[in-house]
Design a binder for this molecule. Structure first.
Ligand SMILES: [Zn+2]
Length: 248
């Protein structure tokens, strides 16, 4: 499978990146995982306006979903006619949240999206075997394990350290893991990971490589985060960038 990063800025768009959005492809099927602000732009740059065959939203924080509202226009008002509903796997409440964000009274986005409510478990999306489980974040949030042809990609979504994260990432070939916080400062509990905590989860899960994401450029230090992660995980690691692609 191939991972293409469309956006990786943590919490709000950064000077160099939209918010979270990742395109995962296999067998000509493209799954968009999260659809944060700004990523509709990079979707067109790196893949195509109509590239996604399905969308998975890991949780309903605005920095992970808001371009799914802009995308309503793309599909509903296309010059060649409306596109058929696109499957969207998301926490319960997504239809109402996206309709509200879209902003028309009594509006629905269910002409554009066919929603499937996430719950912990394993199920297919296209050619992928997808396992999701609840991770530790203030709203209903799912970490994701994607398997295809014997290869495994795990995505942390947003989470504090938790056992579910290590289970999902176990022996993954690539672990796309958030590292929002700096080590050595007083961070709020049960919300996000530091670089060291991301490295510790990667080491416990015995992953093949660690791809750090969701850094908050304005508040953090990339060098500090990388050094902290490398202190806990000795395998290959890097911070992802928009447009970066990985064959997994
Ligand atoms: Zn979040």
């Amino acid at each position: 499978m191939r991972l293409t990063v469309l956006g990786c800025a943590g919490s709000f768009p950064g000077p160099e990146s939209p918010c979270s959005a990742y395109l995962v492809e296999a067998e000509d099927f493209r799954l968009l995982v999260d659809f944060g602000p700004g990523s509709l732009s990079t979707l067109q740059r790196y893949a195509g306006l109509h590239a996604p065959d399905a969308i998975l939203l890991t949780h309903l924080h605005c920095d992970h979903i808001l371009d799914a509202t802009s995308y309503v226009v793309v599909r509903r008002y296309a010059p060649d006619g409306p596109y058929p509903p696109l499957p969207v796997y998301a926490p319960a409440g997504a239809p109402e949240r996206l309709a509200t964000a879209y902003g028309q009274e009594e509006s629905t986005v269910e002409d554009v999206y066919q929603f499937y409510a996430l719950q912990p478990g394993t199920f297919p999306i296209g050619p992928f075997t997808v396992t999701v489980d609840r991770v530790l974040h203030p709203v209903e949030t799912y970490g994701v394990r994607l398997e295809h042809a014997g290869r495994v990609l795990c995505y942390s979504s947003d989470t504090a350290p938790c056992e579910a994260l290590v289970r999902l990432a176990q022996n993954a070939d690539a672990f796309l893991c958030e590292a929002s916080y700096l080590d050595g400062v007083d961070n709020p509990p049960d919300l996000h990971l530091t670089g060291r905590e991301a490295g510790e989860a990667a080491a416990k899960a015995n992953v093949g490589r660690l791809l750090l994401t969701h850094l908050v450029a304005a508040w953090g230090s990339e060098a500090h985060t990388v050094a902290s992660a490398a202190g806990a995980y000795t395998g290959p690691l890097e911070v992802v960038r928009p447009g970066a692609s990985y064959d997994i």
